[in-house]
Design a protein around this ligand. Sequence first.
Ligand SMILES: Cc1cc2nc3c(=O)[nH]c(=O)nc-3n(C[C@H](O)[C@H](O)[C@H](O)COP(=O)(O)OP(=O)(O)OC[C@H]3O[C@@H](n4cnc5c(N)ncnc54)[C@H](O)[C@@H]3O)c2cc1C
Length: 467
Amino acid sequence: MEKSQKILIIGAGASGISAAQKLLENNYQHVFILEASNRIGGRIHSIPFGSTGFKIDLGGQWVSGENDIYYMMKDSFKFGDSNLTTDRKYFLSSDNNELDQKKCRKLYDLLDEIFELEDELSKSEETFGQFFSRKYYERIKSSSFKGIDKELADKMLHQINTIWNAYFGSTNLDQVPAKYVSTLELSEGSEFITWRDKGFITFLDFLNNKLKKEKYIDIYDKVLFNKKVKNIDWSSNQATIKCEDGSEFLVDHVIVTISLGCLKKHHQTMFTPSLPKTKIHAIEDIQYGVAGKVFLEFEENFIKKHFPSRINQFAMLWSEAERNELRGTDKKWLLGIYSFMHVDGSDKIIEGFISGADILEFESKCDEDIIADIMWMLENFMKKSLERPKNIKRSFWSTDNNFYGVYSFGSQGNSVYDLAQPLLKENKSPILLFGGEAADEHDSGFVHGAMNSGFRVAQEIIDYYHK
Ligand SMILES: Cc1cc2nc3c(=O)[nH]c(=O)nc-3n(C[C@H](O)[C@H](O)[C@H](O)COP(=O)(O)OP(=O)(O)OC[C@H]3O[C@@H](n4cnc5c(N)ncnc54)[C@H](O)[C@@H]3O)c2cc1C
């Protein structure tokens, strides 16, 4: 049975494509997507890089554990694994001393150990920054850490903080409540399952191909590109959507999947009438983070050439004095790089993941300056002159006004639930529905959270008509 209701989805990211797939699969014929940019994927952005055409991911990259995406695709796609384990990570210091890697790894492992204190985290009134550093210094007083000097411990704490900040998108771990961390659910299996040379876009292509096979419908044909929505008038029984280019649409249901960053920035002008107080409170309460990535392609396998065998990731440990010195310069963004890692399936590309506070500095510099800063740092830490990369590619999530950042974090109380609630007309018809990663109660921040939020909003419409 074909269903005639007009459904408009705003945003062609993982959430919007998943919502469209489910609705089209359920015979809703009049489904279309307005997308502000000229591409599918949103915060999934897989692009060919370097001389081999290998696809890197500037946004969502790893399937984090054996989650719903993994199970959906494991029989049809051969996943890889980045194997970013502690025993394959190498730590560098800029003074002349070779660091004792065993000691470094022992300290580094506290990253997971303290994270696993779920019960204590859930009862704590501290920020995660306070909780983590308190536990960290308590732990290293124990006899098993005998012989580890304070300076090394301080350097490692900075490295671990950088990783956590990149993970949450925070600029400072005092933004993250300890309680919130206790609510995070990790799936079984590696957190770094990869798409090898294909990129995360493979997942959206998979959803599309599934529908093409079942219903002969191409979801991508349903996307209208370069349509930036300016206003959604939901005062009548149907909603009127106005785009920046002057086009207008009259529909029965609107599914909003734009990033929390966009909602924070635009909700006041985007909705007529304004959103209810609980929704606004949720938008303001859930935090939205920043982070970045830089990919470098070298002539040779950089890690293999300069590090012991089996190493696939290296990190810079900065002393407090070095950090203070760098903070006064335009190179301060380097302090946010938590490591450079190999990219599964490519020998010549390395990837740096950058957290926080100085991301705007990173995004505002030109490629040549970014390379110069990185080479300055690497030569300083590795104490030799190094070959320059032949290609660079990096992300600009924070300054891109279709995103304003990377992912949501730190919600407290009922905010995610409130954000996810549909807004109903008097006849109980859900006129405004809210998807997007930030509106997923279990896995916000992740692609599988975005996917599930898309399936959820589609189901809300299906259920309404089913009743
Ligand atoms: C650097 C980075 C690394 C990440 N790493 C991982 C990872 O390894 N694993 C993982 O699972 N997740 C990761 N994520 C998170 C994951 O990518 C996102 O949670 C997910 O892709 C979000 O999907 P979405 O559909 O909710 O939103 P989006 O992908 O943001 O989709 C929303 C779409 O709306 C469009 N839009 C915005 N405003 C308007 C408007 N006014 N009108 C019309 N269209 C508009 C945007 O252009 C966008 O295409 C990462 C994200 C980033 C940025």
